[in-house]
Design a protein around this ligand. Structure first.
Ligand SMILES: [Zn+2]
Length: 254
């Protein structure tokens, strides 16, 4: 758990990483017996009473473990924010909302468009359900469209920052200026091969610019959704380090 005092109110953040899970595919690379969907993370930002969750996994089982973790925090979940429209960031939201029915799933209007495509019968039938048979909720929920770029958490601004194309179009990160936190979604990776399947040379430049946008926020901590290691929490450090291999923004993992 990390905390920073701002006036009389303290904000905390913590990260839940779900383990990698098997993916059912028929075109395994030679010599490979099992393909795994890499571990992914969800971030809980909380005040004295309320909390905001950022991203919400794929399967019912993953989301069940996530919602147990959120419930154990004792906080009142008001909002789930999806950084972008890929299914592995919001398919689990319906499971979380069953436990916290008064919470709202929100995203930018452009992200909701991508969600609509990802949750379409065609996308589910051709991509998601074959890979995770029987594991994805039958009642997927799309986000409400945000009308402004700020989510309030007990007087603190959680600011939506558009990043353009990173691992897909119209991605965002969530910036919490009062504690120097950036929840980067899939703009930044940790030890996992980047998803380049939706990019081209032009949009990969957009992705590099997105990292510059994050760096310009001078965050003390950057949370990456893709994580190669299982961690319960990430400790904030001052400053931002950039790994030379893929320009990931760095924070220490413990
Ligand atoms: Zn993604």
């Amino acid at each position: 758990m990390n905390e920073v005092a701002t006036g009389d109110i303290e904000l905390h953040w913590d990260v839940f990483v779900t383990p990698g899970i098997p993916v059912v595919i028929s075109d395994l690379p030679p010599g490979t017996k099992q393909r795994m969907w890499s571990p992914i993370s969800s971030t809980l930002i909380s005040g004295k009473r309320d909390a905001v969750l950022v991203d919400a996994f794929i399967t019912v089982e993953q989301a069940g473990a996530l919602v147990d973790w959120v419930a154990a925090s004792g906080k009142n979940l008001t909002t789930i924010y999806a950084t972008h429209g890929h299914g592995d960031h919001f398919f689990g939201a319906s499971t979380v909302l069953q436990r916290f029915p008064r919470a709202r799933l929100v995203a930018t209007p452009d992200v909701v468009k991508t969600m609509r495509q990802q949750a379409s019968p065609q996308s589910l039938a051709s991509f998601w359900n074959p890979r995770f048979p029987g594991q994805i909720s039958d009642h997927l929920v799309l986000a409400e469209e945000l009308t402004e770029n700020v989510i309030d958490l007990e007087g603190h601004d959680l600011v939506v920052v558009p990043l353009g194309h990173t691992d897909t179009d119209n991605t965002t990160c969530l910036h919490v200026p009062s504690i120097g936190l950036v929840v980067a979604g899939d703009a930044a990776y940790n030890g996992v091969h980047l998803h380049l399947g939706e990019s081209n040379p032009h949009t990969r430049r957009e992705w590099i610019a997105a990292l510059d946008t994050i760096e310009a926020l001078h965050p003390r901590a950057v949370i990456r959704c893709w994580n190669s290691t299982l961690i319960a929490s990430i400790r904030a450090r001052s400053g931002v380090r950039r790994a030379p291999s893929n320009r990931n923004l760095g924070v220490a993992h413990q």
